[in-house]
Design a protein around this ligand. Structure first.
Ligand code: ATP
Length: 236
């Protein structure tokens, strides 16, 4: 459904992604793993139009065009690393902001209720300022805000970052549920063990390049770690 061909991008004179080719299948969960600085977040920033690129990005066979807000309107939605909730706004206001694209505004109340059914804890805290939430709750707000935009493809950047293991499990249960509902998901994760458990397809990035692409069922965690850390004798 989303295809990237010969993609290069970076920041000003610094190139980060080098000739990246990837396909994200409709209804599948694609995990992108890789060490710090591999370019995973840069890939998501490129897909969401935050930084310019060379090469092609196709959604449903059509080239993606426009600024970030145009891309959100076309259903490319990102849940950013570190949650980035609006701390001085309530949980509900944060969720409503996700429904900013015009095609999501008409059925705002029904959309909100759907979110509260999905995240009952957020319903209890709907009037609470997002800045006073726990890390796990804030992650739920960030994911709910993304879902309010009715994504065709949901890009989730490092949802486990800084969360206690028990909360990480909760967040991954939600990701599993989203997947079961048929949401197309691209998940950036450093927690390879968790990523492998939920993914259909796995890509490993290092130094701005894709160095391994496999169905998750074929990936051996030890071999993945050898490639991940570029251990002697196992580097591609
Ligand atoms: P992490 O897991 O640590 O988040 P990552 O794989 O997501 O890493 P990126 O955040 O995409 O990696 O960073 C890739 C490279 O781009 C790094 O070398 C980083 O220093 C550089 N970079 C990231 N953001 C900027 C920026 N705003 N300006 C200049 N360089 C940047």
């Amino acid at each position: 459904m989303l295809e990237i061909r010969n993609l290069s991008s970076g920041y000003g004179a610094i190139n980060v992604l080098w000739d990246v080719n990837l396909t994200f299948r409709e209804g599948a969960l694609t995990a992108i793993v890789g060490p710090n600085g591999a370019g995973k977040t840069t890939l998501l920033r490129t897909l969401t139009g935050l930084i310019p690129h060379k090469g092609e990005i196709l959604l449903g066979g059509q080239p993606l065009k426009g600024k970030t807000w145009d891309l959100a309107a076309q259903g490319i939605v990102m849940v950013p690393e570190g949650r980035l909730v609006f701390r001085d706004m309530s949980v509900e206001e944060n969720l409503c902001l996700g429904a900013y694209p015009a095609r999501c505004r008409g059925d705002l109340s029904a959309n909100l209720e759907r979110m509260y059914a999905f995240f009952p804890r957020l319903k209890e805290r709907r009037r609470q300022l997002a800045g006073s939430l726990s890390g796990g709750e804030a992650q739920m707000v960030a994911m709910g805000r993304g879902l309010m935009a009715k994504p065709r493809i949901l890009l989730i950047d490092e949802p486990s970052l800084g969360l206690a293991p028990v909360i990480v499990n909760e967040v991954f249960d939600i990701i599993r549920k989203l997947k079961a509902e048929g949401t197309t998901i691209v998940l950036i994760e450093q927690n390879t063990r968790m990523a492998l458990k939920v993914a259909d397809d796995v890509h490993l990035m290092r130094s701005g390049k894709v160095v391994m692409s496999e169905p998750a069922a074929n990936v051996d965690l030890d071999r993945l770690h050898d490639l991940y850390f570029a251990r002697e004798g196992h580097a591609p």
